[in-house]
Design a protein around this ligand. Structure first.
Ligand SMILES: *[C@@H]1O[C@H](CO)[C@@H](O)[C@H](O)[C@H]1NC(C)=O
Ligand SMILES: *[C@@H]1O[C@H](CO)[C@@H](O)[C@H](O)[C@H]1NC(C)=O
Ligand SMILES: *[C@@H]1O[C@H](CO)[C@@H](O)[C@H](O)[C@H]1NC(C)=O
Ligand SMILES: *[C@@H]1O[C@H](CO)[C@@H](O)[C@H](O)[C@H]1NC(C)=O
Ligand SMILES: *[C@@H]1O[C@H](CO)[C@@H](O)[C@H](O)[C@H]1NC(C)=O
Length: 255
């Protein structure tokens, strides 16, 4: 029985190696992930040192461009006139990127050991973030919001903050919390960024607590009005007293 288990053991070791080989192969084929911006250019660079005799670039199953040394180059729609193939390096540049260019690309050539794949993402330029703030008890919370119309690859957006207060250091959350007794004159800046663009907006903390300011203004107005009324009353009383004294003097006058 022990002798009989030997072939099984060998088979198991073999399949482990096979699996390992498949896994390594799979890792080897992990696509490169370039990012382009809408209407911009992107270059897919195979970074492979060889002298090409032939090159075929495909988007999924569709040919983008093919080239054979000696027989020239052929571009396929919708890429005609919108690409450049460097036949020395194998690099493919796509101009005027559109959202439908976002896809899996593949470089095939007999001069490569394996085909090389690229997963291209086409991002829209970022909008300026919208900053709003809410006031709760003793806290001011500032929100950095992505405008609603922006909805491509929202997951790739990173947040960062800049301000002279401690809270801004190293924060990558979409919201920040301040205390009402923090220095409210400070400007808080939020930056949205992704692989191809970056946009920022800022807000002054004091604008988050308008209630306090208007209450303050009312207090000032009330104080001024009260002072004027008191002043008028005093003047009025004085003149009444003066008139009374005059009347008294006149009464007692001719003695
Ligand atoms: C795209 O490439 C063209 C031609 O090389 C260049 O003039 C243009 O500035 C590039 N545009 C961007 C967004 O890189
Ligand atoms: C890119 O688009 C601009 C404006 O739409 C156009 O003028 C230019 O010729 C285009 N370039 C290419 C290489 O298609
Ligand atoms: C093509 O690629 C080679 C090698 O990277 C480079 O030296 C050459 O300048 C490129 N040609 C063009 C037209 O970009
Ligand atoms: C600010 O944005 C947050 C998150 O969307 C929302 O809950 C809050 O109501 C907004 N506040 C104001 C004053 O718009
Ligand atoms: C900020 O982040 C960097 C790197 O993640 C870290 O080394 C540093 O200690 C952080 N600083 C603060 C104030 O948390």
């Amino acid at each position: 029985m022990a002798g009989g288990s030997d072939p099984g053991w060998a088979l198991r070791v073999f399949s482990v190696f096979l699996l390992l080989g498949l896994v390594l192969d799979f890792i080897g084929c992990d696509p490169v992930k370039p990012f382009g911006i809408m209407n911009g250019n992107v270059t897919l660079n195979p970074s492979y040192d060889t002298v090409f005799k032939e090159i075929t670039w495909k988007k999924q199953k569709d040919k983008v461009v093919e080239w054979y040394r000696g027989s020239g180059l052929r571009e396929f729609p919708p890429y005609q006139g919108r690409i450049f193939l460097n036949v020395t390096s194998g690099e493919l540049t796509i101009f005027n990127l559109t959202s439908s260019d976002e896809d899996l690309y593949e470089l095939e050539s007999q001069d490569l050991k394996d085909s090389i794949t690229f997963l291209l993402s086409v991002l829209e330029p970022l909008p300026s973030p919208i900053l709003n703030c809410t006031l709760t008890d003793e806290k001011v919370i500032v929100w950095c919001l992505i405008p609603e119309h922006y909805n491509r690859h929202v997951d790739l957006i990173k947040y960062s903050w800049d301000c002279p207060l401690e809270q801004c250091k190293n924060s990558s959350n979409p919201e920040l919390e301040f205390k009402k007794d923090n220095d409210l004159s400070k400007e808080i800046q939020c930056t949205l960024s992704n692989q191809v663009s970056k946009m920022k907006s800022s807000i002054v903390l004091r604008t988050c607590v308008p209630d306090d300011r208007s209450r303050h203004r009312w207090l000032v107005i009330i104080a001024i009005v009260t002072s004027i009324v008191i002043l008028l009353l005093m003047l009025f009383r004085k003149s009444i007293l003066r008139n009374r004294r005059k009347a008294h003097e006149i009464k007692q006058g001719p003695h």
